[in-house]
Design a protein around this ligand. Structure first.
Ligand code: CP
Length: 306
């Protein structure tokens, strides 16, 4: 039987069922335990990054090559004919006529959905503005399952920029399918968007708005830190909110033994380097897991059975 993600566009986490999320997590676990080198043999995948990236682009490109596929693409949209005024629709029409799938990051919200409407092959959203980052959510789910042994009935705190942080939007939506409790810890100007809280309210999912990081730490299984995204503010606004939530090693003294600190990275100053040496630090393993989760996603989108 064909897997349900075969030939699907991967645009947004609300497009996934719980079973589809579990399928990607389970497949990532299998590929981490027993690497495969054949699942993309003969496939060409485009890696189209109109916005800067280290982890997403390079882990997708690593995944494609480790699975036996070939990658083409660009790391800067300024080197493409978009610079001459070509529309995204035309760019994607052309690239999708050369390839078997298109991985794309773009600064505009909705760009991946638009691209999928003009693409002859599956489009995988590598982040669109402040909107969605589904492959990050899949690697986050895999990392949570790996570190906690389950996805159900966990307590998670999301800390920092919850307004513009697309990773926390996608992850909250995904974990809302698994009966988790959320703590949202953010300055008022960077609070979780109303539409996410309303989705949780409609579905009867419990969450707590909190201002003290210290008070929340002992109550959670996962502490998910985020960067204040300087590029989304003017300098005066940024200075007002900079440095409000900084995780220090001594703040972890009362954490649960199983508690893991995650961060989509890059970090700036929101996690002190001393935290790296505590048993709670899990963000570098999380970033490494990006390869396995993205291998799983590509393998499922491009193969009827995996
Ligand atoms: N986590 C993440 O999306 O990192 P990059 O911006 O480096 O891809």
């Amino acid at each position: 039987m064909a897997n349900p993600l075969y030939r699907k566009h991967i645009i947004s986490i609300p497009d996934f069922t719980r079973e589809e999320l579990e399928l990607v997590v389970e497949t990532a676990g299998r590929l981490k335990a027993a690497p495969r080198h054949d699942l993309l043999a003969g496939k060409v995948v485009a890696s189209c990054f109109f916005e800067p990236s280290t982890r997403t682009r390079l882990s997708f490109e690593t995944s494609i090559q480790r699975l036996g596929g070939t990658v083409i693409g660009f790391a800067d949209g300024a080197n493409t004919s978009a610079k001459k005024g070509e529309t995204l629709a035309d760019t994607i029409r052309i690239i999708s006529s050369y390839t078997d799938a298109v991985v794309m990051r773009h600064p505009q919200e909705g760009a991946a959905r638009l691209a999928s409407e003009f693409s002859a092959v599956p489009v995988i959203n590598g982040g669109d503005g402040a909107n969605q980052h589904p492959s990050q959510t899949l690697l986050d789910l895999f990392t949570i399952k790996e570190s906690q042994g389950r996805l159900e009935n966990l307590a998670l705190a999301f800390v920092g920029d919850l307004k513009y942080g697309r990773t926390v939007h996608s992850l909250t939506q995904a974990l809302s399918l698994f009966n988790c409790h959320f703590y949202f810890v953010a300055p008022e100007v960077l609070a979780m968007p109303d539409y996410i809280c309303e989705e949780l309210d409609e579905r009867g999912i419990s969450y707590t708005l909190a201002s003290s990081l210290e008070e929340v730490i002992p109550q959670v299984d996962i502490l998910y830190m985020t960067r204040i995204q300087r590029e989304r503010f003017d300098e005066a606004e940024f200075k007002q909110i900079q440095g409000q939530y900084i995780l220090k090693a001594e703040m972890l003294n009362h954490a649960r033994p199983n508690m893991k600190v995650m961060h989509p990275l890059p970090r700036v100053d929101e996690i002190e380097v001393a935290v790296d040496d505590t048993p709670h630090a899990y963000y570098f393993e999380q970033a490494r897991n990006g390869v396995f989760a993205r291998q799983a996603l590509l393998a499922l989108v491009l193969n009827e059975t995996v």
